[in-house]
Design a protein around this ligand. Structure first.
Ligand SMILES: *Cc1c(COP(=O)(O)O)cnc(C)c1O
Length: 216
């Protein structure tokens, strides 16, 4: 199957309210153009340098999403163009994104990453930290960022019950955060292996790579 076929097949199964981020990390520009020509405009990358190079070379109506872990000192390289940063995991990082966005007179949208998986290696806030951050006075003063929701990754496991449980817990946190902050409208959860489960649990944005572009 071609990239366009894969993309169309996946899009046909997504509810209208769910946004598809095509995860193109490690893939060449020709693959991204194939998806672009099939109508896809939102692409996700996990390395700032790679994403910036692709942004320079590819059509300017592409929306670039940073889905990987972000180091504070690298925010400046993507501040000119990045649309949504999925993996924000500290107040310090939010502060830096705000500062760099201001230089370009832009508003960069952000998601707060929540740790829902069993694996220690996955980044993110827990519930207490999330509530602390959205109730922090500083949080309200950032004029060049807009925190629009949450992002999370489930444990890498065959145990579907476990995955459902983790997505459910993230949806609950999302609803709680939304009740405190009216800007919240995006819940980024679900990848190639688990996006159907994520949608059943209330995802509004799925990040799909290998099912579109093939294995990395
Ligand atoms: C790579 C990646 C994806 C896409 O994974 P696939 O299994 O290829 O769909 C989604 N989210 C994040 C954070 C990733 O790093």
């Amino acid at each position: 199957m071609s990239i366009a076929d894969n993309l169309n097949k996946i899009k046909a199964t997504l509810p209208e309210a769910v946004t598809l981020v095509a995860v193109s990390k490690t893939k060449p520009n020709t693959d991204i153009v194939a998806a672009y020509n099939a109508g896809q405009r939102i692409f996700g990358e996990n390395k700032i340098q790679e994403m910036t190079q692709k942004w320079e070379e590819l059509p300017k109506d592409i929306e670039w999403h940073m889905i990987g872990h972000v180091q504070t000192n690298k925010v400046k390289y993507m501040a000119e163009y990045v649309t949504l940063i999925h993996g924000v995991d500290s107040l310090k990082l939010l502060k830096e994104i705000n500062k760099q966005a201001r230089k370009y007179d832009r508003i960069i949208k952000c998601l707060l990453q929540i740790h829902i998986a069993k694996e220690e290696t996955k980044f993110g806030f827990d519930k207490t930290e999330l509530l602390e951050i959205i109730e922090n006075e500083l949080f309200k003063d950032f004029e060049n960022i807009k925190v629009v929701g949450l992002m999370g990754m489930a444990t890498f496991t065959q145990n579907k019950e476990q995955i459902h449980k983790e997505f459910k817990s993230l949806k609950l946190l999302f609803d709680l955060a939304k009740s405190k902050d009216s800007h919240f409208d995006t819940l980024s959860m679900g990848m190639s292996g688990d996006y159907q489960m994520a949608i059943e649990e209330g995802s509004t944005m799925v990040r799909i790579g290998s099912s579109i572009f093939g294995n990395r």
